[in-house]
Design a binder for this molecule. Sequence first.
Ligand code: NI
Ligand code: MN
Length: 229
Amino acid sequence: MIRVTYHGHACFSLESGGVKLLTDPFISGNPLAVVDPESLDPDYILLSHGHVDHVGDAIGIARRCGAAIIAPFELTQFCLRRGVEKIIPMNIGGSHREPAFGVKMTVAHHSSAYVDDAEIIYTGSPCGYLIGMEEKTIYFAGDTALSYDLKLIAEQPIRLALLPIGDRFTMGPDDAKKAVEMLHPDLVVPMHYNTWEMIEQDPEQFVASLAGLGCRGIVLTIEESLMLP
Ligand code: NI
Ligand code: MN
C-alpha cells in the first residue's frame, strides 16, 4: 500500500513501508499550504527543477532531517553548497535504485534556474520522475508542456500520474487531457493549479473531462491522502 498525500502545488508525500518520499516541497510562501514544513521528515526529496516554487523548503528540510535530495546534477550541487549532506545526482534518461524504490528521470519541457533577488543560478535541465515502488509505477511529471515524449514514458504501465494543469507555465487542462490519452494511467491526480490567480483552474472540471478515457481522475484537497493498493 502506498499512501499519497497532497501538500499543495507540486508537493506530494509518497509513503510505503516506512519509507517516505517528498516531491518539490514548496510550503513556505505557498498561500494554500497548511502543513508545517518542520513536521515533514522524508527519507528522500525529489526535485523536478530549480524554480523557487519547487525547491521551496527542500534545503531546510534536508538539513534538518538528513533526507537525501534526488535532482538533476547541477541542482544537487546547488543543494550541496547550501549545506545538504546527502545528494543523489541524476540526469535525464538515467535510472537509480534505492532499497525501497527505483527512479528514472524523465524529460520535462520547461526551464530551470534558481532565481532570487541577487542572481539567477543555472540548475540543470528540468525533469519528471518515474517512481517504481511496490511493483507499481507512479509518474510525477514536474512542470512540463505536452509532448510526444509521454508516449515513451507510457511504454510501462502507469498506476498513478501526477500532472500539472495550471496552464501559463505548464500544460493546461486541455493538454493534460491529451497527456492522459498518451499515458493511459489507472489514476490521475492534477497538481500545480490555483496556487496563484495566474494558474487558476477547475480541477473537478478537469477530472470530469477524463470520462471515457479508461482512467480515474481524483482531486486531492490539500493534506488529503489516497491509498494505492
Ligand atoms: Ni517551474
Ligand atoms: Mn512551477
